[in-house]
Design a protein around this ligand. Structure first.
Ligand SMILES: *Cc1c(COP(=O)(O)O)cnc(C)c1O
Length: 423
């Protein structure tokens, strides 16, 4: 993010020279491409465009004073540990504190999981790829799913199976149908990846029945489940649902947690809660990647959870985000033309909008930006890029008035597109 213009200038200044740079890359690296969304969003950074495209937490929610205080304390009393290499699995007092916290909040017994600290959930996704995916392995994802997970897994050359979503999350009955077919062909899937609660990008939550059914299917058809849950604490309405991991007696579910949305993403700190047998292997994988997670960040996070500040902070974040979610839902209701549908999330950071068939939100983007609003076209969130008429809106980063104005501008653009489509 940022700096790209400077980089490009530097590249131009250096010229092409005598090296044929491209030839040195590995075959894997040759296949890597910058996301076109990033390119699109470069347009947005300027001017008075209201960006509903971001995926960032609001910086106003970062507990800066508390972090200063804790950092001071950690460096005064624990500098020897905080500035030293740590074990690959992570700082044990933090791991134990998190295990207790998860038992209390989610009913995941501490006796059943081992926790490994990672450099954000993103690293967990990569470690899972390294540890579990053979080329050609069948991996089930949600349609749409978290873009950065697709990118992390893609490196290991799986074959994605995309299961449609509705307001209750992944349509597990369709998964079952698929599993039955695969089974008849003698095929198995390796794992299901799900953002089970307040999903990115849709904002929807997998229902309790589907969670239980998914676990049953995992046992019946012998696969694993990767449950990525960065948003479960950010609930603005409705009743909490236990994570899928709560129903897991066998150790099939690997649960990914992170401090990114409940403390600050700059910590780059997340965790994997999984069966010790799986953790042991991922620990070896992680050792080769970065030896251990940032120790200073781990000690600060330890105090933050241990002394109850996390539990104090969560309601404050909710109080900050809820009016923004409400503002966006109200504005959608008020401005969107007939024929446009959207999700009504009970938490998280995103709302998913579906336009009438025939409108391509990627093509519409330029017009939207020229009218002063930006969103993320939905196409890239689908493993097979086969859906064109959707978009993701973020409601956490921009204040209420701007959300209303942004949605109003967006509705005008959509209305024009719909007219053009008819005419
Ligand atoms: C934000 C987010 C994460 C967090 O990633 P970190 O690497 O922990 O910052 C993970 N998964 C999903 C689906 C997200 O939206």
């Amino acid at each position: 993010m940022g700096g790209t213009e400077v980089e490009e200038k530097l590249m131009r200044k250096l010229g092409s020279g005598s090296l044929d740079f491209e030839t040195y890359f590995s075959d894997k690296a040759k296949g890597m491409k910058a996301s076109e969304i990033r390119e699109l969003l470069k347009l947005v950074e300027s001017s008075d465009v209201i960006s509903l495209a971001g995926g960032l937490p609001a910086p106003e929610t970062f507990p800066v004073e508390k972090i200063k205080e804790i950092a001071q304390d950690v460096l005064t009393h624990h500098a020897d540990k905080a500035l030293q290499y740590g074990t690959t699995k992570g700082f044990t007092p933090l791991r134990l504190t998190l295990a207790d916290w998860m038992e209390k909040r989610y009913g995941i017994p501490t006796s059943k999981v081992e926790i490994m600290m990672v450099a954000g959930s993103q690293q967990a996704l990569d470690l899972i790829g390294r540890t579990f995916i053979n080329p050609g392995d069948l991996i089930v994802v949600e349609g749409p799913t978290y873009l950065a997970a697709l990118n992390a897994f893609k490196y290991y050359d799986p074959e994605f199976i995309s299961i449609p979503m509705d307001d209750n999350g992944m349509m597990v009955d369709l998964l079952e149908e698929k599993l039955r077919k695969l089974n008849a062909e003698g095929k198995k899937i390796k794992f299901v990846y799900t953002v089970s609660t307040f999903q990115n990008p849709m904002g929807v939550t997998m229902s309790l029945d589907r969670r239980k059914r998914l676990i049953e299917l995992a046992r019946e058809y012998d696969f694993l489940i990767v449950e990525d849950s960065p948003y479960s604490e950010l609930r603005y309405s409705g009743e909490p649902i236990p994570p899928i991991k709560h129903f897991d007696d066998e150790g099939r579910v690997m649960y990914l947690g992170t401090f990114s949305k409940i403390l600050a993403p700059g910590f780059r700190l997340g965790w994997i809660a999984a069966h010790p047998h799986f953790i042991r292997k991922m620990e070896i994988a992680k050792q080769a990647v970065d030896l251990c997670a940032n120790t200073l960040a781990q000690l600060i996070a330890w105090k933050y959870v241990e002394e109850g500040y996390l539990d104090e902070q969560i309601p404050k974040i909710i109080e900050f985000y809820k009016p923004r979610r409400d503002a966006m839902l109200e504005a959608l209701e008020e401005y969107m033309p007939e024929g446009v549908r959207w999700t009504k999330p009970e938490g998280g950071m995103f709302i998913w909008v579906t336009l009438p068939e025939g409108i391509d939100t990627k093509l519409m983007m330029e017009k939207a930006v020229s009218k002063g609003v930006a969103y993320v076209p939905g196409e890239a969130f689908f493993a097979h890029r086969d859906v064109k008429n959707t978009m993701r809106l973020n409601f956490t980063y921009v204040p209420e008035e701007k959300i209303r104005e942004g949605v109003k501008r967006l509705a005008e653009v959509i209305e024009e597109e719909m007219k053009a489509l008819k005419g």
